[in-house]
Design a protein around this ligand. Structure first.
Ligand SMILES: [Fe+2]
Ligand SMILES: [Fe+2]
Length: 254
């Protein structure tokens, strides 16, 4: 059972996911006794302390930040906006795309991992400097490299929280494609399922294209679908996954 106002020791909570309940987003935390609690994204103090704990638990995060000369500042305002907007939206689209795939394809997807991963996929952005995240112009190649580590940072942060391997792999590779030309580089012993990555990736892209960004206007449904169709032709997106998104966008007029 999930409680909204628990009495608990915040230091012993771990982040287990995020959920949407009647148009509001909540983070799901678990205490050391396995009890689950919900907190809205507005509880900045709590989120900051949980993310800090993740950084302390995984020294690899500090090494990545040092390598890219990034100060370890936690931007929970971004996290709150992402959770109630883009990550929520990505989760709904991924769910819709999944539901419109054939039974044969669905069998190859871990549905709960897909849901969990889409709600948390951009968590790593809490550590990306906001002047890069919100730059109202094209990123320089150095800034692009920094931006692109958000999926690895999200993976490293959440690795400390006992999430499933599939959830973590989907978070790490949500910017990968069928040709494996996305980021980060897929290792030979990759555990991410191609179809799961395809669904989270197309949902992420479609949600982003349909939102206004500081550097461009919101694209129409036709414009967004056309951009993604080009990626189908380039062999980056599986046609079945694209067709499911196309149907979803038509059905829900989104
Ligand atoms: Fe992302
Ligand atoms: Fe995203």
């Amino acid at each position: 059972m999930l409680l909204k106002n628990p009495e608990r020791d915040e230091k012993n909570l771990s982040l287990k996911g995020a959920v949407q309940i009647s148009h509001s987003s909540f983070f799901v935390y678990e205490d050391k006794n396995g009890k689950k609690f919900l907190k809205t994204g507005e509880d900045e103090k709590l989120h900051k302390s949980i993310v800090q704990k993740m950084i302390d638990l995984n020294p690899h995060i500090a090494r990545i930040l040092r390598r890219f000369h990034i100060k370890p500042l936690i931007d929970t305002k971004t996290l709150n906006e992402l959770t109630s907007g883009h990550m929520n939206d990505t989760c709904n689209i991924a769910d819709g795309v999944y539901s419109l795939l054939s039974g044969e394809i669905k069998e190859k997807v871990d549905k709960s991992a897909l849901k969990e991963a889409s709600m948390l996929h951009d968590l790593g952005k809490v550590l990306i400097p906001s002047k890069i995240l919100n730059k109202p112009a094209k990123l320089s190649s150095k800034e692009r490299k920094i931006m692109n580590i958000h999926s690895t940072l999200g993976y490293e942060l959440l690795k400390t929280q006992n999430l499933s391997e599939e959830t973590l792999a989907l978070i790490k590779y949500h910017h990968q494609n069928l040709q494996h030309s996305g980021y980060p580089v897929l290792p030979a012993e990759n555990t991410a399922s191609d179809i799961g990555v395809q669904i989270i990736s197309i949902a992420d892209k479609y949600s982003a294209l349909r939102e206004a960004r500081v550097y461009r206007r919101r694209l129409s449904r036709t414009e967004a679908l056309l951009i993604l169709y080009r990626e189908v032709r380039e062999g980056k997106i599986m046609p079945a996954v694209y067709n499911a998104l196309f149907k979803y966008a038509e059905m829900y007029d989104c």
